[in-house]
Design a protein around this ligand. Structure first.
Ligand code: ZN
Length: 264
């Protein structure tokens, strides 16, 4: 013990290699300081004496008292192996959290579109209301989590466009492999001719009817309408052979062309 005491006085306030036998390695933050290999405790200048380190080992990690160097080396190795995993785990957790708020952001944007409200309602009403409820009923911490849900006007608008495009993409994929019929309506709004195209198709889930596309037309001549429909199907890679029938809603311009179009 006296030898130990001498040694300690000689090299005070600095990590010594034989600290390893007491379960201490140089700290990653400050290599002069010893850090407990088991619990990560970093000793202060004052508590850097061997007797203090030994006391810590005896009290906190009695199983490692008197063990050989190899025993502690293994622990160091294990610790190094686990260190990056911990970082990975943290990143994964953070991602999961982001994904969750992202998912909610999409769901709320979809809901706003479904009820036919302007996209700005999410920022002006939905989120503030959620925060009031959370603060009152669930606490500040819950409110802080909800606060992170991206629901700004721009975000909601972007999500809605993105989802609409995605829905159209899904629909187009279905029409590439299913027989379908089209319902075509033309309408004039503010002197602009609009072509509204609905599609009806059957898959394993039953009969579906959905809006396929809306297009602004230069006029409502049958050739123009024909070209618009043909272009859409062609541009999206939908085979004309899948088109069974075109129905028009009193659009006289189409009547003459209808048979010829389907025959194509
Ligand atoms: Zn410890």
């Amino acid at each position: 013990m006296s030898k130990v005491h001498k040694e300690k006085r000689k090299t005070t306030r600095k990590y010594q290699t034989d600290f390893l036998l007491l379960g201490f390695i140089p700290s990653s933050a400050d290599s002069k300081r010893p850090e407990c290999v088991d619990c990560g405790l970093v000793m202060t200048n004052v508590s850097m004496k061997k007797s203090k380190l030994f006391a810590h080992q005896q009290l906190k990690h009695p199983a490692s008292v008197g063990k050989e160097r190899s025993y502690f080396r293994k622990k160091v190795e294990l610790r190094q192996k686990n260190a990056p995993k911990t970082l990975e785990f943290c990143l994964k957790k953070a991602n999961e959290h982001n994904n969750k708020t992202l998912k909610v952001s999409y769901a709320v944007s979809e809901l706003v579109a479904k009820v036919g409200k302007p996209h700005t309602i999410a920022e002006r009403l939905v989120k503030p209301a959620m925060l009031i409820c959370a603060k009152e009923l669930l606490g500040e911490q819950a409110a802080n989590i909800l606060q992170k849900i991206p629901l700004s006007n721009d975000t909601v608008k972007r999500r809605q466009i993105e989802m609409a495009e995605n829905l159209e993409k899904q629909l187009v994929e279905k029409l590439k492999v299913s027989k379908f019929s089209l319902q075509i309506d033309e309408t004039t709004i503010n002197n602009s001719a609009l072509l509204l195209t609905y599609v009806r198709y059957i898959d394993a889930m039953g009969i579906h009817e959905e809006m396929l596309f809306i297009k602004k037309l230069i006029d409502t001549r049958s050739d123009t309408i024909y070209a618009a429909v043909y272009d859409y199907l062609y541009d999206n890679g939908i085979p004309l052979s899948n088109l069974l029938q075109i129905a028009t809603d009193g659009a006289s311009a189409m009547t003459g062309k209808q048979n010829g179009f389907v025959a194509n």
